[in-house]
Write a protein that binds this ligand. Sequence first.
Ligand code: PLP
Length: 351
Amino acid sequence: MSTTANPSPAVSGFGFGRVFTDHLTTMSWTRGGWERPQVRPFGNLSLSPAAMVLHYGQAIFEGLKAYPHPDGEIRLFRPELNARRFQLSAERMAMPRLPVDAFLESVSLLVSADRAQVPDRPGHSLYLRPLMIATEATLGTRPAEEYLFLVLGSPSGPYFDAASPAITVWVSQDLPRAHPGGTGNAKCAGNYAAGMAVQRTAADHGADQVVFLDAREHRYLEELGGMNLFLVREDPHGPTLVTPPLSDTILHGITRSSLLTLAADLGLRVEERPIALTEWRDGSRDGSVAESFACGTAAVVTPIGRVRTAEEEFVIGDGTPGQWSTRLRTELLAIQEGTAPDRHGWMRAVS
Ligand SMILES: Cc1ncc(COP(=O)(O)O)c(C=O)c1O
């Protein structure tokens, strides 16, 4: 009973996150521990208006995809990393730890129940959204004592409009996304809520996404609202893939980590180091920064063509996707979609 009618995957264009499959997996937690996961029809939740998530925002989530493979199996991409990150997010928000096996079982149950709704076109997949919310009904400010874990599925196509091959980003110079000691490396709802105002400013300036700077000096690139960031430099010793180092202000992206591995396979040098906004701007202008892209489960690898700030604008390369961005995207998608060997053992069949 999805709120949006479910068109057949074979005949519809989905966009991203707009339609939902027929089921949900749910599991409740009370002080007695986790109940067993249950598959039930997709439908509205019943929550007390005093449910703590609505007031104090104890809410965490994940995002991963299931891909139909040419051999008929449906496989998930590195789901145990999502399960572990979910545990880290839960710990940061004083929420109960969900065992990795229970996370994986809940996801698999949903994919099995809604197998027929996994889209089978290139560039499409079943996006899975596990989440946990505080359901206890009280206005006391303390960690809740009742929670609900859910997994929903959304047959999805490309995150960005396929007609524009490279996105424009807006640099948020005054409002950071995360600060040292904060919740930037947890996938909690509040991080995204805090970025909405800047996202609106970005849209007002004709940009698709926001790039956030560090909170201390407002100088260094961190990440986008829902994606990690990479630059490709043309260095004297050859092309180098550069990305900001992980910290407690950056989400430890699974796509980011996978691309670092694939880049090394392709013979690209990789550097994880602070990157100043001025390096990005000056390098783009003198050609030493040849490419830039954003990456994440939803966006895969999305080239960045143009960067806007309150004062200026610069173009990366010729504003269209560069060769390394394209190559990395192709390599990653081929593994995810099962058209290239899974040489790193990343894919997990849904049991
Ligand atoms: C803030 C943020 N950064 C980066 C990412 C990319 O992470 P992943 O590659 O694990 O999807 C996401 C998406 O989960 C995100 O929300």
